[in-house]
Design a protein around this ligand. Sequence first.
Ligand SMILES: O=C(O)C1=C[C@@H](OP(=O)(O)O)[C@@H](O)[C@H](O)C1
Ligand SMILES: C=C(OP(=O)(O)O)C(=O)O
Length: 745
Amino acid sequence: MFEQKPAPIIGRLVVIGVGLIGASLASALKKRSACTSVIGVARRQATIDEAIKAGIIDAGALGLKDVAQELVKGDVVFIAVPTLSVESVLSECKEYLHPDVTITDGASVKGSVIAAAKQVYGEVPPQLIPGHPIAGSEKSGVGAANPGLYEDHRIILTPLQNAGASHLNLVDSMWKAVGGEVIHMPVDVHDDVLAMTSHLPHAIAFSLVDTLAHDADNENIFKYAAGGFRDFTRIASSDPVMWHDIMRANQSSVLNAIDLFAANLARLRSAVAEDDSEYLLGVFTRAKEARDQFTRLLTKQAFVPKMQSSNIEYIMQPGGQVKGSIRVPGDKSISHRSIMLGSLAEGVTEVEGFLEGEDALATLQAFRDMGVVIEGPVNGRVKIHGVGLHGLKKPAGPLYVGNSGTSMRLLAGILSGQPFDSVLTGDESLSKRPMNRVVNPLKAMGAQISAEGEKGLPPVVIKGGAPLKAMDYTLPMASAQVKSCVLLAGLYAAGETKVTEPAPTRDHTERMLRGFGYQVLSEGAQASLSSGGALKATKIDVPADISSSAFFLVAASITPESDLTLTHVGMNPTRVGVVNILKQMGADIAVSNERTVGGEPVADLRVRYAPLKGIDIPEDQVPLAIDEFPVLFVAAACAQGQTVLRGAEELRVKESDRIQVMADGLAILGVNATPTEDGIIIQGGNIGGGVVESHGDHRIAMAFAVASLRASGSIRILNCANVATSFPNFAELANSVGMQLSVTE
Ligand SMILES: O=C(O)C1=C[C@@H](OP(=O)(O)O)[C@@H](O)[C@H](O)C1
Ligand SMILES: C=C(OP(=O)(O)O)C(=O)O
């Protein structure tokens, strides 16, 4: 059988102007057999000869008129000359081209192309589809042709209302055939956006190099100009005629862009003159973050590089050891709160041990988006330049908090007290989690807040400026997020806000508020505070996260001969459910070196293997171990007898339905696990191997990784990228103690 070649997408391509842009399109289409042939039109015969020799074009001409007569429907004329020469090319098109032939161009300014077409034709002809490939290089000429130039690059088309549908389709398909991502945009939007993102940087780069080149000491300057100058000015090597044309063709948008920049540069100048360190740090930290975020977008990474690939899998070899001494990363709940309260405080708060995981970084980014200057994190150290309770600024767009329920719910409370409007959005998982639990009490306090549908799903939309009044709220469920949300809104509400919980939940908000010098009363099940106070900056030492430690507490407990020490673990009494439950199951956990850091109890935990037995988990321990159940289910699967959990329906609304997802995975591994409405019944026994789905839930992924220590076969865990939300170095630490985990992408 003959291999069939794909049918060409277009007929002939006529490239007018065989430079970088035109020659790259020609070679890209030819390489993919996406056109029948290429004719190059250039002013100089030498260019044509060079392009034919390089195989970029099949034939050449010195003017369009020499080839125009042969062209028919399906052929495309691509105008790739400097912007201000487009008009004369269009005059030739009008004279010689049949209206069935499609015309498009690659000029960086679209308004001037439209104006030229109107000048020549009277109105823009339906055969003309103005376009602009956002790809280029400082190199120019036919020698710079690159068939891969447009791959994964955006191609903006700015068709007018009267554009011919067949012409538009043809140009769309042509660009897609060479790997471009085609978008349509109005002409003026294109010119404004490009003025900011392309024309302004080129104007600055040309001007900067010219400024330095004319300096008397320029030899020295260029001799010593290292990375910064070189990186910043690469684009000043671009084609001068092309850029001369662009600046003139896009005059008004370029002027706006230069004015905006000049004003900001002048402001920066006065900050330097006045030694305004706060302003300088503000500009630089915001710009660094924006640039880093842009780099991540370009490489499709998330905050934590490990989240860049959404299909990370863990392959666990069965067996292994659990030995050594480790410190797991900082507590997630405390890290969130350190950024929130540090931002709302007066003065500079220094944080150590901050969790550099995706969730806490999402909170950090949200406050940067509201104008707070935050330095770091660098090795867990963060410096927050607090703006006071009333110093947050309106964010430019929605605050995106990724996978993090804590960020969204606590922020909802703070944002309800602000004078500006805001919107909170999250990823796919968070977008399915209920927000009415915070929307309802906040509404009762007077907030203008809404979420979507009956369940109150994100996005959460908040109208600023609504006066809040204090209230006495009894939580319908044991939730520290709801308690904290209401207390944080209480900072802005007239009167005394009281929250009563049905069972004790983590009290980091109350403790940390006190650490910032804010009075919070806790009496039995009730916490209360009054507005009108201020938070004073402080130092925060974030303990290691007991929720992350839990994976290793179980790992060592179920693996014969284990002996592991976990240092500096947060042992807040509202968090120690996992230790209590494991001890009740027979675990050997020794607590030593107990101390208090920054109002939070901390200790070292030594855990050794011990045979576990199944238990009825006391319901009062449920809120104290709420995030640790996935891994506790693994402990139950290794215990002798039956373990029963009740009163844990909250597990169904976490990053996944943790009851169902764990039951499904355990069943795949041959464990007898029966989910119930509000818990699970697990019969201890043997664990087999298999492929389990984590549903993008970090704690499920890590729990099944721990199960491998007692498995008879290997376990493949799907969808593990979100481990980076709470425990970015889990795989490394797991392997360092003797587990056998490999990560595949
Ligand atoms: O306040 C907090 O930092 C948290 C509270 C808990 O959520 P709920 O309040 O929904 O129980 C917990 O599951 C979450 O990981 C962190
Ligand atoms: C439930 C969790 O977090 P959040 O609610 O902040 O997404 C968790 O970390 O297990």
